[in-house]
Design a protein. Structure first.
Length: 191
């Protein structure tokens, strides 16, 4: 076992530096008179944890399956393995270990795990704007844009918060196109 106080030496002559010189503003080596400044952090004087032999777990406590030296906080609801706070994956109302979560995702048994979502507000806006380039598809695309906007209004949007502005714009553009076509038809019939 190493000594409780480590020995620091002068870099030039290798003479031990007394503890009274540590953390002083400036000093000189007692042997070679070289100017030096010794800064010692408190961690140097502490005994390393591995040498103390102090267990992380107390007797009678469960250890994490993945980290045997960490205290378990909860079992996996799928396989029953004990998990530490680092390994615990809380998903919905259940607690899973990383292995079970990965297995269930690979097997397709996690239908609620979203990593992408369709952005229906963008789709509705694109369907409403597309006829601006070509006027003739608008009798078909305008009702489609209204349908998409109204049907998907309450569908969860992006994983990031977004506003309903795209839905509003799609509805306004599509309704304007429908009104324009109705007006053109009425005008053509009257004439």
């Amino acid at each position: 076992m190493p000594s409780a106080v480590p020995t620091l030496v002068c870099p030039k002559c290798q003479t031990p530096v007394p503890e009274t010189f540590w953390n002083n503003i400036a000093g000189y080596c007692l042997s070679c008179m070289r100017p030096m400044r010794v800064t010692v952090f408190p961690a140097l004087l502490r005994t390393p944890v591995s040498e103390i032999g102090e267990p992380v777990l107390e007797e009678g406590e469960s250890a994490c399956f993945y980290h045997p030296r960490k205290r378990a906080v909860i079992p996996c609801d799928e396989c029953g393995r004990f998990l530490c706070a680092l390994c615990r994956v809380e998903f919905g109302a259940r607690n899973w270990c990383p292995g079970c979560l990965q297995t269930m995702q690979r097997e397709g048994r996690l239908p609620v795990l979203d990593n992408t979502r369709p952005l229906y507000d963008n789709l509705a806006l694109a369907v409403a704007i597309a006829p601006a380039l070509l006027v003739f598809p608008s009798p078909i695309t305008a009702p489609m844009a209204v349908y998409i906007a109204l049907r998907r209004w309450r569908t969860p949007g992006s994983l990031l918060p977004r506003t309903k502005i795209r839905f509003w714009l799609a509805l306004l553009l599509a309704l304007a196109q429908i009104v324009a076509w109705v007006w053109l038809l009425v005008y053509a019939v009257i004439r």
